[in-house]
Design a binder for this molecule. Structure first.
Ligand code: NAD
Ligand code: ZN
Length: 340
């Protein structure tokens, strides 16, 4: 089969012929339909320091996928060949205390499809049946290919109660934009999103017209006041990984405000903890998706009117992956989907 492989320890990816994965008794073989390009894939393409440390070579990459079941392991009785599916890309262990208590997303032995397990940028991918999520008709293959990052957005947005709250989101990348739509869907009052990139802010307005967009060069406090916020925002989502964004959130939140932090800073940075303590701000780190409550809730929201389709801005055939990766690296695009 064709697969997009990190074949050499240098920048780039290579389309190669590799064997179709052999599944074990508890696995499922998925015939891949569509896949999403993620920031993680860009790190692997560019072969930065993180990628060099995390990814053994050769490795088929990619973890955002949709497809149909092609083959079932002998122990798998609850799924059917031909069924449309997506699935969780974090493959967990079952030995830890967290896992045994059902808090699967907190298992410390987690491995990543397309990072340290063969990935989904291929005609077929092997996934543990435990990780498979069947798709409702309302979620087509293209939307299903971006459930992984939508799940990041949903996990972040549902970390704190948003009903009637004013939300500040730093970072209008695809995940920040989707989290704005989710915040509105679940009942936030005002949702404001910031970014230094006007193209990204435009995409945020296109995806969720009720969101207020603010360039990081503008006066955010004045915008908050114009919306009637006297004391600041109630909840913040950090969706950029930029140190400056954590300072902004800490400044702009009310006393007792809450920050859900998904953005991954590239390295440790200086932060005013005294301000955080004196404002009694709660910061919650968010990783991946909750298995499988995030999946349930995001599919339910997509079935009840949540629309994030405009965040998908480019579609390519898998053979044109190099053009697709180059447009992703340029920035400004939303989600980019590859068709297999
Ligand atoms: P992205 O890189 O596409 O978007 C980040 C956006 O932040 C960009 O538009 C950038 O212009 C903007 N930005 C930069 N500095 C800013 C600042 N000071 N204030 C406001 N915005 C600023 O990323 P994405 O794919 O949307 O992912 C968002 C973040 O989440 C990234 O940091 C990514 O690494 C991280 N991530 C974490 C997890 C997890 O499980 N914790 C999963 C996926 C992604
Ligand atoms: Zn991803």
């Amino acid at each position: 089969m064709k697969a997009l492989v990190k074949a050499k320890s240098e920048p780039g990816l290579w389309m190669q012929d590799v064997p179709v994965p052999q599944i074990g008794p508890d696995d499922v073989l998925v015939k891949v339909a569509k896949t999403g390009i993620c920031g993680t894939d860009l790190h692997i393409y560019k072969w930065d320091q993180w990628a060099q440390g995390a990814v053994p070579v050769p490795m088929t990459v990619g973890h955002e996928y949709s497809g149909t079941i092609a083959e079932l392991g002998t122990n798998v009785t609850h799924l059917k060949v031909g069924q449309r599916v997506s699935g969780e890309g974090h493959v967990i262990g079952f030995k830890s205390r967290a896992s045994r208590a059902g808090r699967f997303h907190l298992d410390p032995e987690t491995k990543g499809v397309g990072v340290n397990l063969p990935g989904a940028f291929a005609e077929y991918v092997k996934i543990p049946a435990f990780n498979i999520v069947p798709l409702p008709d309302a979620v087509d293959d293209e939307l299903a290919a971006i459930l992984d990052p939508l799940g990041n957005a949903v996990h972040t947005a549902l970390a704190f109660d948003l009903v009637g709250e004013d939300v500040l989101i730093t970072g209008a990348g695809p995940i920040g934009i989707m989290s704005a739509a989710v915040a509105k869907h679940v009942g936030a009052r005002h949702v404001v999103i910031t970014d230094p990139n006007d193209h990204r802010l435009e995409l945020a307005r296109k995806t969720e017209p009720s969101v207020v967009t603010v360039n990081t060069s503008e006066d955010l406090r004045a915008v908050a006041e114009s919306l009637g916020m006297k004391e600041g925002f109630d909840v913040g989502f950090e969706m950029s990984g930029a140190p400056a964004a954590m300072a902004t959130l800490t400044d702009q939140l009310v006393m007792g405000g809450k920050i859900a932090m998904l953005g991954l800073p590239a390295k440790p940075f200086e932060y005013d903890f005294a301000k955080m303590v004196l404002k009694m701000i709660t910061i919650k780190g968010i990783y991946g998706r909750e298995m499988f409550e995030t999946w349930h809730k995001m599919l339910a929201m997509l079935q009840s009117g949540l629309d994030i389709r405009p965040v998908i801005t480019n579609r390519f055939a898998a053979r044109d992956f190099d053009t697709a990766f180059k447009s992703a690296i340029q920035g400004g695009a939303g989600k980019i989907v590859l068709e297999w």
